[in-house]
Design a protein around this ligand. Structure first.
Ligand code: MLT
Length: 259
């Protein structure tokens, strides 16, 4: 587990970024660059990422959340604004459940609070076995084009190429672990419902993985949540339209500072 620090300090609460699958902290680079300089910005490379894919515990996002808490506390961070995209959002909700003292504000980006239906869970377990048996990430490689939206695919194909390169650099053991961990996660809508702090829900209007309806469910679950629908973005809104996502996170962080 490692912490990637974009900016080390500032008077506001730190922002902690949790990445999606099958990626790592780099999917937050453009957002971090566009966050204003009034606070520290860190991204966590979750269990399963390159360099963090050996000695893994039983696959469980609870282990990821505990690892996030450990790496934050080791860095002297005891309260932060936490933003998670997709799998990062599942981990953020597990963090909120297990380490609520750490979470001052929550950004749920292209994600959902519900568990997988049985067929999605079975599909994850099948892919995990395939990745492990083949010793390659080929089974998740096609995600590079489905993660980005139609507008990005057609007008900026280099973005999907970049995402594909990031996927190619993942380790099969880590990819299999993350799939199994996501398959095992419970519905955490109640955890979100019980959170009283500021929340922003961000979704690309072309997200086909966790579509706008999933974001609306999050907003219905956390009535204090602001909904930000990002135009011309798919599931990787942080990569496709970083300025919009950075603005949403900056507003959330300001609300958390003064809460
Ligand atoms: C992600 O972007 O993290 C994945 O799409 C999450 C998932 O497979 O549910």
């Amino acid at each position: 587990m490692s912490l990637h620090t974009y900016r080390a300090d500032g008077p506001g609460l730190p922002v902690v970024l949790l990445h999606g699958f099958p990626l790592d902290h780099r999917m937050w680079d453009a957002v971090a660059d566009q966050l204003t300089a009034d606070r520290a910005v860190h991204a966590v490379d979750l269990p399963g990422t390159p360099g963090n894919a050996t000695d893994l515990p039983e696959p469980a996002l609870e282990a990821s959340a505990d690892a996030v808490a450990e790496v934050l506390r080791a860095a002297g961070i005891d309260r932060a604004v936490v933003a998670g995209l997709s799998m990062g959002g599942y981990v953020a909700l597990a963090l909120l459940e297990r380490h609520p003292d750490l979470v001052a504000g929550l950004a749920l980006v292209d994600t959902k609070s519900t568990a997988d239906p049985p067929e999605a869970r079975a599909n994850r377990l099948r892919i995990a076995a395939q990745v492990e048996e083949s010793g390659s990430v080929d089974a998740v490689r096609p995600m590079a084009s489905s993660l980005v939206g139609e507008s990005t695919r057609s007008s900026r194909p280099a973005v999907a190429v970049q995402v594909g390169e990031w996927i190619d650099q993942q380790e099969p053991a880590g990819v299999a672990w993350s799939q199994r961990a996501m398959a095992a996660r419970p519905d955490r809508s109640d955890v979100l419902r019980a959170f009283a702090g500021p929340v922003v829900v961000v979704v690309g209007d072309e997200d086909t993985v966790t579509p706008v309806e999933a974001a609306e469910h999050l907003v219905a679950t956390a009535p204090q949540a602001q909904l930000v629908v990002v135009p011309r973005a798919g599931h990787l809104s942080s990569v496709e339209q970083p300025a919009d996502v950075a603005a949403a996170l900056a507003n959330l962080a300001q609300a958390a500072d003064s809460a």
